[in-house]
Design a protein around this ligand. Structure first.
Ligand code: EPU
Length: 343
């Protein structure tokens, strides 16, 4: 474990923003993390915990210590006829972990294929896509307290999952580092292909030349990968952090008023009577889709994604985000908030 100085974070964030960390350390095992917590430099400096860097916008240099979590490992810790419990290190790449599970025919995780980031970051914001959220397959996690170094086990209930939310973004924000996550997967796969585009995409894929029929969960994964690749920019080619904003939730009355004015407006009724509106639709209606502003812009195939066309500063992306937020507010009276972490 070596603490480095003045390190560029460009390679460590999928937006590809070139901001510097004053101090930088990579952690590959829990014991090293606990050792680090006792070091004077750790106690003195402001800390920023980094996973895959796929959900962060760096608007300035970080004048503190960046702790990059690289803890590896995937192991089956328990299984019976129907279910398998798989424990993974926080530093494992999320998509590689998903593919590993699918290859072993462990189901439930396939809809979450190709999401950038790491295993440890995934529960923080309860990642979700195509009708599945991590909370659906989550068993428990282990995390180290940032001050005492004590290792704590968190049950599903203790994580307080919500839409792109968990306790680690709320009351325990900045208090713990997730080191391992355990998932509960199914050996008798019940696929979930109800999310609109999956079934359609499967039909198209199956008719393609050379497409071999595969186990159902692999097919769903193929479909999700296909959909994501067609809508979302690949961070290796164009910097981005996936959805920049969360989909806002409005009161039913407000949604009715809006739909009178904009009959095409999509909305999903939530169990508590409120309505979730796709921020991508609102942003597109404000004319932002595909727009370029200096080095930054709005993706041409999904307006919820802001991109770095090359050499953008985090501040530029942030300014664009604030302009978008203001225009959505002005047109619809709906407030949209960032989904990414702003540093
Ligand atoms: N839409 C538009 N214009 C756009 C984008 C979307 O009109 O530019 C409309 C679509 O027509 C559709 C609706 O918005 O009716 C929903 O679009 P989509 O299915 O693409 O999903 P989303 O709500 O925009 C969410 C997640 C994504 C996830 C997809 C699929 C959030 C903030 N985003 O996007 O997650 O992949 O659903 O499940 O909830 C991420 O978090 O980084 C992410 C990519």
């Amino acid at each position: 474990m070596t603490i480095q100085e003045n390190i560029s974070l460009k390679a460590y964030n999928t937006f590809g923003i070139d901001a510097n960390a004053r101090f930088f350390v990579e952690i590959t095992q829990v014991e090293d993390l606990q050792k680090l917590i006792n070091e004077p430099i750790y106690k003195e400096q402001e800390k920023f915990i980094l996973g895959g860097g796929s959900n962060v916008l760096l608007t300035q240099d970080f004048d503190g210590l960046v702790v990059k979590i690289n803890i590896p490992g995937i192991e089956v810790i328990e299984e019976n006829e129907d279910t398998v419990w798989v424990k993974a290190g926080a530093g494992e790449n999320w998509h590689q972990f998903v593919l590993h599970c699918i290859a072993l025919e462990y189901g439930g995780i396939e809809n979450l294929s190709l999401i950038p980031g790491t295993v440890g970051a995934a529960p923080m914001q309860n990642i979700g896509a195509y009708g599945v959220e991590i909370q659906d397959i989550f068993e428990s996690l282990e995390a180290v307290h940032l001050i005492t170094g004590a290792l704590k086990h968190f049950t599903h209930e203790e994580c307080q999952f919500g839409y792109r939310e968990s306790i680690f973004k709320n009351t325990l924000k900045g208090k713990y580092i997730i080191t391992h996550v355990t998932f509960k997967l199914s050996k008798q796969a019940q696929i979930n292909s109800s999310y609109g585009a999956i079934e359609e995409t499967l039909k198209i894929l199956r008719t393609k030349d050379g497409y071999q029929t595969r186990p159902a969960i692999q097919e769903v994964s193929d479909a999700v990968i296909h959909i994501r690749q067609s809508k979302l920019p690949d961070p290796k080619e164009i910097g981005n952090a996936g959805s920049f904003f969360k989909n806002p939730v409005v009161e039913a009355g407000k949604f009715e008023d809006l739909q009178q004015q904009y009959p095409q407006m999509p909305g999903y009724n939530l169990p508590d009577g409120t309505v979730k509106v796709p921020a991508g639709w609102l942003i597109e209606q404000c004319g932002w889709k595909g727009k370029r502003v200096g080095n930054t812009g709005v993706h041409s195939k999904q307006a919820l994604v802001l991109v770095n066309h090359g050499n953008a500063q985090g501040k530029e992306v942030w300014d664009l985000a604030m302009q978008i937020k203001a225009s959505v507010w002005e047109k619809f009276g709906v407030e949209i908030s960032p989904e990414v972490n702003i540093i």
